[in-house]
Design a protein around this ligand. Structure first.
Ligand SMILES: [Zn+2]
Length: 322
């Protein structure tokens, strides 16, 4: 198996809880021994900024997570390698897992376009425009009755990101801001971690029109492993648990709507406590692979879902050059 994942909060947790990614059972869903078990090529690393931070404290908090990631990558070059360019992507697969820091919510940019360049310099290669709360770009999907859509700053931000070679990530983005982004992007956009509304009809999940919009623009949709996005009320006491079968449902629906070249995994590991019953950590991914096999999904499409599509997408978005 080769695995590439579009969203995990692992370095956020390492920063806050001082956890050790070299330990197999040290409390992290994603850790080096289990990454090796499943041949993990790449992990996109969420630089998540909680709602309590805005302005300069948000910028500082993001810098803290990125420097935690940098220091692990520098100390353990056999385990991790930083991915900044298309050429770096092409070199994956012969040992260390590639890491790409990626803002989850644009609040660290705090409305200053020059800071996009600064985060790019620090190696950030994608920005999730919002989280659940409001910021300078738009209201997140947790805001009841979200305001008008994308701000003027949001438009400037997207233009600058596309110029530099950063992925525009629409996870957590409600309508009408999502539609505004689709109307202003000139490069392929993504939704790094999401479920589909066909199975769980919540604002946080993507409806068919959103999936289609991403596919039509050559983008990428990563299906996440968060039980509440996969199965309604999955975490209610006594409820049937979410499993890899539910993830397979979401994956197959997304493939049907936006095409087999545009769907992959953005597990959101280390972003939640209660994982799916048979996908407790990254080492359990062969269970998902088997579920897709049982459904008759071809080896070729499984390969695209597990790594090929995300690598193809980033290969188009990331800057060229060493
Ligand atoms: Zn998220």
């Amino acid at each position: 198996m080769q695995y590439a994942d579009a969203h995990a909060d692992t370095f956020f947790r390492i920063t806050l809880e001082d956890l050790d990614p070299l330990m197999r059972d040290g409390g992290l869903h994603v850790n080096v021994p289990r990454m090796r078990d499943v041949g993990q090529l790449l992990q996109v690393c969420s630089v998540f900024t909680p709602k309590r931070y805005s302005g300069k404290p948000a910028e500082d908090f993001a810098r803290r997570i990125i420097s935690t990631l940098d220091s692990w990558a520098e100390r353990y070059p056999d385990a991790f390698r930083r991915v900044r360019t298309r050429e770096d992507l092409a070199g994956l697969g012969d040992g260390p897992t590639g890491l790409i820091p990626w803002l989850e919510g644009a609040s660290p940019v705090r409305g200053e376009i020059g800071l996009v360049d600064e985060f790019f310099r620090l190696g950030v290669r994608g920005i999730g425009l919002v989280h659940n709360h409001a910021n300078e770009v738009a209201d997140g999907c947790g805001v009841p009755d979200p305001r008008t859509g994308l701000s003027e700053f949001g438009r400037q931000l997207i233009a600058r990101m596309e110029h530099l070679g950063m992925a525009v990530d629409c996870a957590h983005l409600p309508q009408p801001a999502f539609d505004d982004v689709m109307n202003c992007v000139t490069r392929p956009p993504c939704i790094s971690h999401v479920g589909v509304r066909r199975y769980v009809d919540i604002v946080r999940n993507a409806d068919d029109a959103m999936l289609r919009a991403i596919g039509e623009r050559g983008g990428f949709v990563g299906i996440d492993f968060y039980p509440e996005h996969l199965l309604k009320d999955a975490l209610e006491p006594g409820h049937e648990p979410a499993t890899v079968e539910h993830i397979a449902d979401h994956l197959q629906h997304a493939v049907n709507v936006c095409g087999e070249d545009h769907v992959g995994l953005g597990g959101d590991f280390d972003g939640f406590n209660d994982a799916c019953a048979d996908l407790r950590h990254v080492g359990d991914l062969p269970n998902l692979e088997r579920a897709l096999h049982r459904r008759g999904v071809s080896e070729q499409v499984i390969g695209k879902i597990f790594s090929g599509n995300l690598l193809r997408y980033l290969g188009e978005v990331l800057p060229a050059g060493k």
